[in-house]
Design a protein around this ligand. Structure first.
Ligand SMILES: C[S@@+](CC[C@H](N)C(=O)[O-])C[C@H]1O[C@@H](n2cnc3c(N)ncnc32)[C@H](O)[C@@H]1O
Length: 253
């Protein structure tokens, strides 16, 4: 996996530095995820960030909930090194695990109970079958009443609207590059994104690409895996935050 574009120090450090410029709704999506966590400030709970990168979301969660524990699960050593630095101040409340979301990541959690699984801008790198399997792993890992929340890039149903949203984001990324807000090594990464998603619009995607799927399809996947109360919490352009709960079904006790 070293050739995967997220596995170089430059890509990880570049994204970490510039995420709030590159992603037009980075902080807003984190805000929605934080607000959807069904906990009081002093509750004791464990949250996993699937594809949690450099640990920015877990950092905000651990700052907001001083008794919580957070696990960052990611396939990139380079991102996890940044996460370990960022989260070091939380001591044993923060743990990082290097594992692919296609593999048996629940086995790596070593937790008695996981109460929430969050994810941001990561699961869209999985192809359709991998996403479904990953949502199944999330369901399997959660304690009863646990919540899964994903804030991610999604496909729009209408091809023209989807292409136009992709173009809008490309324009935004070119503007922030032009304004000097993105470290140089990320420029090629962004050019690659534009080439794959806009020049190659409609071409088949494979695992590791931006395998955007509609929010409707992904909500269906969540239900198929056993999640209930599946809903969209927020949506804008290419992005959506959606969630599901692991509830005990009536009569299944
Ligand atoms: C755009 S970054 C987002 C990082 C972080 N979630 C954030 O919002 O700042 C994408 C992250 O997904 C991770 N990722 C991509 N494919 C993955 C996979 N198959 N398994 C685990 N992590 C993956 C990358 O290593 C990277 O850390």
């Amino acid at each position: 996996m070293t050739s995967y574009r997220w596995n170089t120090i430059d890509a990880a450090a570049g994204y970490d530095q510039a995420a709030t410029h590159i992603h037009p709704h980075y902080v807003e999506i984190q805000d929605v995820i934080l607000a959807a966590l069904p906990f009081e400030r002093d509750d004791v709970f464990t949250v996993v960030d699937a594809g949690g990168g450099s640990g920015r979301l877990v950092e905000r969660i651990l700052d907001s909930f001083p008794q919580a524990r957070g696990l960052v699960v990611d396939q990139s050593e380079a991102f996890l090194r940044l996460a370990e630095d960022r989260l070091g101040r939380f001591g044993s409340r923060a743990v990082c695990q290097c594992v692919r979301l296609q593999d048996d990541w629940p086995a790596r959690l070593n937790e008695d109970e996981v109460h929430a699984i969050v994810s941001m801008s990561a699961i869209h790198h999985l192809d359709a079958d991998e996403k479904l399997a990953c949502y199944g792993c999330a369901f399997q890992s959660l304690a009863t009443d646990g919540i899964f929340i994903n804030g991610d890039e999604v496909r729009l149903c209408d091809d023209d609207a989807y292409l136009s949203a992709l173009r809008d984001w490309a324009r935004h990324m070119q503007q922030v590059i032009g304004a000097g807000l993105v470290p140089e090594p990320m420029h090629e990464t962004i050019k690659g994104w534009i080439h794959r998603n806009i020049d190659g619009f409609g071409q088949p995607k494979s695992s590791g690409d931006d395998c955007h799927q509609t929010v409707d399809v992904q909500q269906q996947y969540l239900r198929q895996c056993g999640f209930t109360s599946v809903e969209v919490l927020w949506a804008k352009n290419l992005w959506s935050v959606f969630c599901g709960r692991k509830q005990v079904r009536e009569g299944s006790s």
